[in-house]
Design a protein around this ligand. Structure first.
Ligand code: NIG
Ligand code: FE
Length: 416
């Protein structure tokens, strides 16, 4: 019996569940395993299978048995693109846009990203932590167990560092995995106005290497756009990232087609994000590099964009598609990943299965973490959500519900 306990000795066993594994190994929509059980030990999934095949010895040696009553179980959701750590809001710009100004016009007049930079620079690390923590807690109520957070509202060494330290602290204090992305090439800071090349030199030669040496950078991003940075400038940053062994990603083809996607694919980018203006050449290039296409329906909606990303082409080319909130005070003041599933379906005509893949398996790939999270498989991390619904399509279908009942993060269960 002692040996059995060692063998089974499970911490958690969720029985009687509809398990949407989202695994490519399970040949069914959503990788669905109906009427199944899932067990965890430590921070790992150790067993998944049908009730009938549950080893009898498992029950007496399991600490916590949960009857899911036929409800849905999925991997913890992954929000793979956010700008969650920032100060202030941009309600005034929302009003300006509704009075006729465009996002580009506001940015060119010194508002936009730069106005959030000013507010973020003025904030202390504690202030920034407190307001970002409450946003993150809201996001987590939708079953989010991994979130990517970008810098890019500091735009100098001290303030970029402050943002990334806050992101790191959020991951230490809250039950969520935080992936930290350096986005120094987000906008030209006021003190470098008219000198974007000099700013890119500072980012590449000083800021990025310094933050990397502090262990604050998991990946490097940039904003390739007429109101952001040119291909050449982005490439300088990518070269440094490459040298430091850091993966890259790119805000690409959001407001125009700059061919950032092709550049990103040359650097084997984890993801290219936004993509409303992506063309077939761009799709072909990411098809080859295995780069994930991250769609951001919140920004599409809030900017009243009308040009759709080339979904059909992405789908036909088997490019993995992810969805994220892009949570930020300007283009996407959004704190619900489930709402993004709904918008991904209604605006972009994704199927509910594609939408859920976009916040699980494909979102994990967009962060380079597909070997660890994003699907429910033995050996993967025990990040699991129990929903009070039974059909996975309902996650995309209903707006404004809070169906998340329990979340397990790294093997530890909590009620939501
Ligand atoms: O992903 N496009 C650039 N960056 C953000 C917007 C940030 C902002 O407006 O503050 C985005 O949409
Ligand atoms: Fe963004």
């Amino acid at each position: 019996m002692k040996n059995d306990f060692k063998k089974y000795g499970w911490d958690n066993l969720w029985v009687n569940a509809q398990i949407a594994t989202m695994s490519s190994e399970v040949d069914a929509p959503y990788g669905l395993k109906p009427n199944c059980s899932i067990a965890t030990r430590g921070d790992r999934i150790v067993w998944i299978g049908e009730e009938d095949s549950l080893p009898r010895e498992a029950f007496p040696s399991t600490k916590n048995v949960i009857d899911c009553q036929g409800k849905l179980v999925t991997p913890g959701l992954i929000d793979c693109h956010t700008h969650l750590v920032h100060a202030g809001d941009r309600c005034n710009e929302f009003e300006m846009r509704l009075n006729g100004a465009s996002y580009e016009e506001i940015a060119l007049a010194g508002g936009g990203i730069v106005s959030t930079v000013n507010a973020t620079r003025k904030s202390s690390e504690d202030e920034l932590f407190n307001e970002s923590a409450s946003r993150l807690e809201r996001l987590m109520r939708d079953g989010v167990t991994t979130v990517e957070i970008k810098s890019g509202y500091g735009l100098n060494l001290d303030d970029e560092k402050k943002q990334l330290l806050v992101a790191q602290r959020l991951g230490e204090r809250l039950p969520v995995h935080v992936v930290k992305t350096f986005l120094g090439a987000h906008a030209i800071p006021p003190e470098y106005s008219g000198q974007s090349d000099a700013y890119i030199k500072e980012v590449s030669e000083n800021i990025l290497p310094a933050l990397h040496s502090l262990g604050l950078v998991d990946a490097v991003d940039a904003f390739c756009e007429t109101i952001g940075f040119s291909l050449n400038q982005v490439e300088q940053v990518f070269k440094v990232a490459n040298k430091l062994g850091l993966p890259v990603k790119l805000h690409a083809e959001q407001l125009s087609n700059m061919k950032g996607t092709q550049l990103a694919s040359q650097y084997n980018a984890l993801s290219v994000d936004h993509l409303e203006y992506l063309d077939s050449e761009g799709v072909n290039s990411i098809k080859k590099s295995g780069t994930v296409a991250v769609l951001l329906p919140g920004a599409f909606y809030c900017l009243r964009e009308t040009k759709l990303p080339p979904i059909k082409l992405l789908r036909e080319s088997d490019v993995p598609i992810a969805i994220a909130t892009d949570s930020n005070p300007g283009s996407s003041p959004v704190l619900s990943l489930l709402l993004m599933l709904n918008m991904g379906c209604t605006f972009f005509k994704l199927t509910p299965e594609e939408a859920l893949l976009g916040v699980t398996r494909n979102a994990a790939s967009a962060l380079g973490l597909a070997h660890e999270i994003g699907s429910l498989e033995v050996g993967k991390r025990a990040d699991i959500v129990l929903w009070n619904i039974s059909n996975p399509a309902q996650l995309s279908h209903t707006v404004g519900h809070l169906p998340c009942e329990q979340v397990m993060f790294r093997g530890v269960v909590r009620n939501v």
